[in-house]
Design a protein around this ligand. Sequence first.
Ligand SMILES: Cc1ncc(COP(=O)(O)O)c(C=O)c1O
Length: 388
Amino acid sequence: MTKHYDVEAVRKLFPAAEKMTYLDSGFQTPMSTPVRQALEVFIEEAYETAGPKAIWVERMEGVRAKVATLLNAGPQEIAFTKNTSESMNIAANALPLKPGDNVLMLHGDHPNNAYAFLNLTRKGVEIRFVPMSEVVNADSFRPYIDANTRAISMSQVTFHAGHCFDIESVGRLCRERALYYVLDIMQGIGVVPIDVKRVGATFIGAGTHKGLLVPQGLGLLYWDSCCTELEPAYLAAISLAHPPADFIARPDELELSATAGRFEIGNFNLPATHALGAALDLIASIGVEKIAAHCLDLGDRLIAGLDACGVALVGPRERHHRAPHIYVAALPADEWLNYFADKGVRLSPERDGLRISFGMFNTASDVDRFLDVLREHGSASGCSPKAA
Ligand SMILES: Cc1ncc(COP(=O)(O)O)c(C=O)c1O
């Protein structure tokens, strides 16, 4: 395999990857040493000094700038949220939609994106589900747009089959037809390179517990700061341009922050922002392009091995249509998940099979171990692995 970076050195930063064959980063990533150390700094400061909040918040602003760099956005376009679902709900409720308007989505997209918009049906907004095929691009949506279409919302990478959709072509379509464009990049962030300016999205949501290596409970929202007409459904003092210094709310001073801070409410998950800072430094020290290239190579090895075992791949095979790190083998999860777990191989059950998902620390030996365990089952039962 081509050496894109020193994977063995990176792997040492993820001790859990040495204790099991961890092929489940599409679910969550194991904690790395730099993330643990950042959390320990926070805990130590909280424990010993009762919390230097001003310093923590200042560090959080530094992390906001790092998130912006990762996405090619401005720091003023990044809000911290709780998770992807909260980001998608903020976006859905900020769009100026009225009864009779419609939003296009992909049938079978992640429910945490879909429900944020389906909730708008209570206000008379129509959600139109467009069929999801192996390739999704502008042409997938074009036939469904009519005079009442106002927005498209979709995931960049599918969690259940590892598609990686052409989000830039959909962005061009949205610009052409003056539609709002909302993206869920939860599965792609940290592994699939993204330039939000090229994509041209209005809002982008993600959590940080997969490719961004942080424990659950911190999310991100990108907002195109040119869209000043978009206002939050919820309000807190920090959402305002001029929060009252005396902490007395004034009904006549509701001017919103000019930054994505208008979508933030209340205090922050400060320990998680510390963890994110360390994770982003680690990612930047390697480069997202290199992480993607490495995972794609692992994927090639996996696909060749599945082919040799006669097990079908669910989802795209071509490099430019597949997510670098997410693969689903057509092995019925209820038959196979526990078998692999018993052999120390961590995977996720999905709609159409077993999901094998890579992180920056996985090596060819992890893929080979998965394939060996797969073959062992076949030889023990005297038959080749049964495809779904
Ligand atoms: C595409 C996608 N969106 C969202 C989520 C999760 O949403 P949340 O961050 O709100 O838990 C996942 C997986 O966990 C996902 O794959």
